[in-house]
Design a protein around this ligand. Structure first.
Ligand SMILES: Cc1cc2nc3c(=O)[nH]c(=O)nc-3n(C[C@H](O)[C@H](O)[C@H](O)COP(=O)(O)O)c2cc1C
Length: 361
């Protein structure tokens, strides 16, 4: 069976699936439930110097995704120190404590939470586009504590610049990404916006965020040689595999844990293990960065190369034909038949074929 344990900055995780800061880790009992559900470590809800005053409603499921307008924790940091972190520590798992936001706030918070922290995670969600406040926050954390400092990036910034700046300021690992936005959702039956925030805006997470999060991790991995925790739209083992292939060492999960409960962590971990076993890999390290290496060696093409067709694997379902706008593929006698002269090599049929009978080399 594949070994899915990971070591990040000296912290040993029995598996690479962690909660991402948010409602599933909002208090001690919730963090404990994540551990019981199979998480390999704990990341706590972001706290700041003042409890957040959060508008309502602040969470909504939307097709393909999720909107929220939560801020940081509504609980004071003192409560986390007295009650929530000690409960989380009972799990015996590494505890990554999320704090925010400015250098002054980090300097105040970091020493207070240090007794419980195996690492700190700094949220940069509300400190602007310029990397300087983030760098100052990292330096403040590094000065205040002796545990690793992880920095969580938001996907609406330039990832390469942010990652390089984070490294320069002394960050030990990057968490990518936070939710995307601002976005908007409308309930057409009431004619009201879904979110109760002042502007009506919300932040996107869940499956719709995954391609953006993958691109961000890919950019970070190509910019700095720091460990990366990939976050965004992960709800199954194969989602996590994609993140490993673009350079992540571990993954974080928030929306799927809200919607499906804490047992999702163990399910994703088992999914990772199974995928590695089925594909003959013995560890995550063997596939980490694989898609980057393949991309580096790829041939950049603009010619119309048709896909290859494995006729035996074709089940004649017709999905390829239905979406071939170039009229280059038809199902005849229950098998796909390609007309190469008509094919533009777009690749869409390859991604729709349920049996991988079509492929592009
Ligand atoms: C309701 C909600 C609250 C969140 N609160 C925080 C937070 O306090 N701190 C933080 O860094 N990220 C927060 N996030 C962002 C998540 O940790 C995560 O980065 C993002 O949702 C993408 O992952 P997902 O698609 O698995 O949810 C929150 C997300 C949601 C949905």
């Amino acid at each position: 069976m594949a070994d899915i344990s990971v070591n990040i900055c000296g912290l040993q995780f029995s598996n690479p699936v962690l909660p991402a800061a948010g409602p599933p880790v909002w208090n001690g009992e919730a963090m404990k439930a994540c551990a019981e559900g199979g998480a390999g470590g704990i990341v706590s809800k972001t706290v700041s110097v003042r409890p957040a005053v959060v508008p309502t409603p602040n969470m909504a499921q939307i097709p393909g995704g999720f909107l929220n307008t939560e801020l940081w924790s509504e609980l004071p940091v003192e409560q986390f120190i007295e009650r929530e972190y000690p409960i989380a520590k009972e799990t015996g798992l590494p505890l990554i404590i999320s704090i925010g936001y400015t250098a002054e706030e980090i300097a105040e918070l970091a020493p207070k939470v240090r007794p419980f922290a195996d690492a700190l995670e700094l949220s940069t969600h509300y400190i602007g586009d310029d990397p300087t406040p983030m760098m100052e926050a990292i330096r403040a954390a590094k000065e205040a504590v002796d545990v690793p400092v992880f920095v969580k990036l938001s996907p609406f910034r330039d990832m390469k610049t942010a990652a390089r700046a984070a490294k320069e300021a002394g960050a030990d690992a990057i968490v990518a990404v936070n939710s995307f936005g601002p976005c908007l959702g409308v309930d057409i039956e009431t004619g009201r916006l879904l979110m109760g925030s002042k502007e009506g805006y919300g932040w996107l997470s869940g499956p719709a965020l995954k391609p953006l999060a993958l691109r961000c991790v890919f950019d970070v991995a190509r910019s700095v040689d720091l460990p990366i925790i990939g976050v965004g739209g992960i709800s199954k083992g194969t989602d996590a595999i994609e993140f490993f292939m673009v350079g992540a060492s571990a993954v974080g999960v928030c929306t799927a844990a809200i919607l499906k409960g804490p047992s999702i962590f163990g399910k994703i971990a088992r999914g990772i293990e199974k995928w590695l076993d089925d594909h003959g890999y013995s560890s995550i390290e063997e596939i980490r960065g694989l898609a980057i290496r393949n991309w580096e060696q790829r041939e950049y093409r603009t010619t119309h190369v048709p896909p290859e067709l494995d006729v035996d694997a074709c089940i004649g379902c017709g999905l390829c034909e239905a979406s071939c706008v170039y009229d280059a593929i038809h199902v005849i006698d229950e098998k796909a038949v390609l007309t190469p002269e008509k094919c533009y090599g777009c690749g869409l049929c390859v991604t729709r074929c349920p049996t991988r009978a079509l492929s592009i080399t």
